[in-house]
Design a protein around this ligand. Structure first.
Ligand code: MTE
Length: 350
């Protein structure tokens, strides 16, 4: 059995996290007076406004003691998901790292469909109906169609992966996500050779998602990846956290986790996957292209126009100890992913 040693790309327990104040994109949006107005979507106004090592995927199949206490499973989780969770191969993690507490992971969220404050998703996302759930697969592939969540999960063993998670707002956490390889899922649909990108779309259901009743963002939330990024072994199709199914505020029942990218790429509550030959128009890049690029790789050398990206606050912090630390290129996963971007100007393709 393989027991991993801590590698340079893994976080140390001493690096873990508190926080309080943060720089929020909505401050810019509010300050610009654009929330709720048609002008919000005007490209001209946008332009004027701002001018591990793989966390052991597949390794350590034995049921080792977890480095975190599994959170209590929520009621009403479908039987097939519960069974998958119980049968999962737990990735060994022998680093002894402190992991961001469950209450922070599930209580300090960005999920604008449920409000703009960090506590809104936990308060409001109970209205999200995650069962039944289906995923529409479209575009340049051999097996388009409507798949149930059970169909999606069936052939995949779940595993825990402890990843750093870095938000573009300069806070970060260390989170024990649970899921399976995104690439393994995508390959099942037989993407054609012409598929250069893959687009992911969140549920659009204003009756369940109060935030979608305002035009704070152009709904539904859309994200995208280049195919080679999507097929990278670190890319995780995520169905759980802390040894249980995803709480709704974390993007139940199906979301991406892309640990080398800013958190906004990790789209939640996915209902559609589309293979395409053109770069998808993604939500934040459409909204404020000078601030949020398509790639959104964590990069301490390229600042956000309104704050530095060279440092980050590990959550949870305190007023007296905001837990600042240096941000690492590709969030500490450079060894694994830098090759995807060889020859690209990362100042331009931010
Ligand atoms: N996905 C959707 N559909 N809507 C969102 O508002 N926010 C993104 C990302 N995925 C968001 C989303 C941002 S900005 C971040 S930092 C992460 O979700 C936050 O994930 P978490 O709340 O599970 O920590």
């Amino acid at each position: 059995m393989l027991i991993r040693q801590r590698s340079a790309s893994e976080p140390l327990s001493s690096e873990l996290t508190p926080e309080s104040v943060y720089q929020q994109r909505r401050h810019f949006l509010k300050a610009a007076g654009l929330f709720g107005s048609a002008a919000f979507f005007s490209p001209l106004l946008q332009a004027a406004a701002v001018a591990g090592t793989q966390a052991a995927p597949g390794q350590g199949r034995a049921l080792l003691p977890l480095p975190f206490a599994p959170a209590a499973e929520r009621a009403g989780v479908p039987g097939f998901l519960r069974q998958k969770i119980l049968a999962r191969g737990r990735a060994a993690n022998t680093t002894g790292e402190v992991i961001t507490p469950f209450d922070t992971v599930s209580g300090y969220n960005n999920f604008y469909e449920f409000g703009l404050e960090k506590t809104d998703p936990a308060e409001n996302a109970g209205s999200l109906r995650t069962e039944p759930w289906s995923l529409r697969v479209e575009g340049l592939c051999e097996k388009p169609g409507l798949y149930t969540l059970e169909d999606i999960l069936k052939p995949h063993a779940l595993e825990d992966r402890i990843y750093r998670f870095r938000c573009v707002e300069a806070w970060s956490m260390v989170v024990p996500w649970m899921g399976f390889s995104l690439g393994a899922l995508l390959r099942r649909f037989g993407p054609s050779g012409k598929a250069r990108y893959v687009e992911f779309t969140t549920l659009h259901a204003p009756d369940q998602m109060p935030g979608q009743r305002s035009n704070s963002l152009p709904w539904p939330y859309v994200e995208g990846l280049r195919m080679d990024e999507a097929l990278h072994p670190l890319a995780l199709m995520t169905v759980g956290v802390y040894g249980r199914s995803l709480p709704p505020q974390n993007g139940a029942p199906l979301r991406l986790i892309l640990p080398w990218k800013y958190g906004f790429k990790s789209v939640k509550s996915i209902v559609r996957i589309r293979f395409t030959d053109t770069q998808p128009a993604t939500t934040w890049a459409r909204l404020a292209p000078a601030e949020y690029g398509f790639y959104a790789n964590v990069n301490p050398a390229v600042d956000h126009p309104r704050w530095t990206q060279s440092r980050e606050r590990r959550l949870p912090g305190t007023l007296f100890n905001p837990n600042w630390r240096d941000t690492l290129p590709f969030n500490g996963y450079a060894r694994e992913v830098a090759g995807l971007y060889r020859g690209m100007d990362l100042n331009r393709h931010f």
